[in-house]
Design a binder for this molecule. Structure first.
Ligand code: GTP
Ligand code: MG
Length: 232
């Protein structure tokens, strides 16, 4: 079974795409300890079975709201095989903020460039191949309302799921911050438990940002003083 998570900003077409992929047969539950609805469904394509999990709509992956934390925890802890990042093609710039955070989290991202019909009717010309090249992930234009691009999207998901080596795109933060990030990463690597659970670069960035959830995790580490020394 291939585990696939759907993520995207609010109103990008997540629910519609979820229904298209799963035939609308969702199992609805709650996220553990939370009252936010959790939807899961099965998608079969070319003899492969995919479990599709619909994550709450979110603009970002900070720990500032319950929705964001649920989405982030799911990606970090459950490590789905593929994350379909649904991007509104008619609102590309704002949507790519979440995409960059997913790449920073080292998620195996496939982009569904949804509402492509709207982008086209607005006269937007998106160089899909170039976008894919820059981000290092597959980008598939889709129109969830007419199911255009859905087969191609599923094809891309299967390819991504089978891929062993992934091209990593990282966002640079400038010399000074990069020095701190490397220093924190080196100390994190001493803690095998911590460094096996999270991508170390992501963890280092979150520590520098003062992310509360992550700092709580770091407090539990034997190396907490060494790690936190860098930000004191
Ligand atoms: N034209 C067009 N409309 C779309 C497309 N995908 C979704 N929509 C419409 O966009 C609106 C939002 O779709 P939803 O599936 O509810 O979006 P969502 O991401 O689940 O929204 P939230 O749950 O509110 O975050 C609906 O009116 C859809 O019919 C598309 O590819 N093209
Ligand atoms: Mg929805």
């Amino acid at each position: 079974m291939i585990e696939v998570a759907l993520i995207g900003n609010p109103n990008v077409g997540k629910s519609l795409l979820f229904n298209v992929l799963t035939g609308g047969k969702a199992h609805v539950g709650n996220w553990p300890g939370k009252t936010v609805e959790k939807k899961e469904g099965i998608c079969r394509y070319k003899g492969e079975e995919m479990r599709i999990v619909d994550l709450p709509g979110t603009y970002s992956l900070t720990a500032h709201s319950i929705d964001e934390l649920i989405a982030r925890d799911y990606i970090v802890k459950e490590k789905p095989d593929v994350v379909i990042d649904i991007v509104d093609a008619s609102n590309l710039e704002r949507n790519l903020y979440l995409t960059l955070q997913l790449l920073e989290l080292e998620a195996n991202v496939v982009i569904a460039l949804n509402k492509y019909d709207i982008a086209k009717s607005l006269g937007y010309k998106i160089d899909v191949d170039e976008l894919s090249r820059i981000l290092g992930v597959r980008v598939i234009p889709t129109v969830a309302t007419t199911k255009e691009g859905i087969d191609k999207l599923l094809e891309a998901v299967l390819e991504a799921a089978k891929e062993k080596k992934r091209r990593r795109v990282s966002i640079g933060y400038g010399k000074a911050a990069e020095k701190l990030i490397s220093r924190i990463e080196r100390t994190i690597l001493k803690d095998k438990d911590l460094s096996s659970r999270y991508p170390t670069r992501w963890l280092a960035i979150k520590i520098l940002e003062g992310d509360e959830e992550i700092l709580k995790e770091v407090e539990k580490s034997r190396f907490r003083n060494e790690i936190l020394e860098v930000i004191r």
